[in-house]
Ligand binder design. Sequence first.
Ligand code: NAD
Length: 292
Amino acid sequence: DPRIIDGKAIANALLADLAREVAALIETGQPVPGLAVVLVGDDPASQVYVRSKARQTVAVGMRSFEHRLPATVTEDALLTVIDRLNADPAVDGILVQLPLPRPLDAARILDRIDPAKDVDGFHVVNAGRLSAGLDAPVPCTPLGCLLLLRQAVGALSGLHAVIVGRSNIVGKPLAQVLLRENCTVTIAHSRTRDLAALCRQADILVAAVGQAGLIRGDWVKPGATVIDVGINRIPTADGRTRLVGDVAFDEALAVADRITPVPGGVGPMTIACLLRNTLAAAAARRGAAHGL
Ligand code: NAD
């Protein structure tokens, strides 16, 4: 179905481009780009993400460094690890896997990362630079949404984007990114009144909430493009679980021009964009150009 945006295929194409760019950089005699991932505690979902990130980092020809710390690690010990990675010339990008176990303060930890190595784009300086319209790494999930939209829609200028969700990780940075593309941007959240009527005005409707099936088919404007960021695990009849998004997919598919599936939409783009940010950080640190 051509209305279903194939995030997996678009991500694979990006990964192939990245592998070529990494090889070209290394061919000029530059050191191999490296990404360090810090995982604190033993959250099962985080372990899966970290493993997958490490595998794909190596697959595009970069070095992967993994740092696993117990959930009981002190803030000082964690900050020391980050200081070491900041100083390590083999490390171009640093990612601290969220969520961090209590009582660690994510903002304090993230702001210790050298902004030049902040490949998640969560450092407050980079968030500020993005809002100020300055050069900054774009957080991976919003960047993935942007690349999907450019591919599926083309020109975004003047379109009304309604983003449901206002997190620092997805909703807020995506609003900045789409403003940069000259969209008219509305951010909705849990206190928004008459969310359905607002969503019906969207040319681009993005759901980043974390509630299965929140967005119904009759909330979608005919011809709209729907980007479903949500990842929700729901039980099935046979006692197992499956992943669904925040959008009632079949209902929305009947109305929308284009829609991302879950899984296979935004998810694969997120990791590819992490590696894109890592290549960009590596190239910038080497004073080299890259073609992506
Ligand atoms: P979050 O919990 O930080 O934010 C959720 C947002 O949804 C909040 O701003 C809240 O105001 C809003 N919200 C909650 N209930 C609402 C309601 N009934 N109506 C309207 N808005 C409501 O979540 P997050 O970190 O931004 O993640 C959102 C979802 O996206 C989650 O399902 C998460 O798993 C998923 N996610 C996916 C990827 C990916 O790579 N595909 C990456 C990050 C997050």
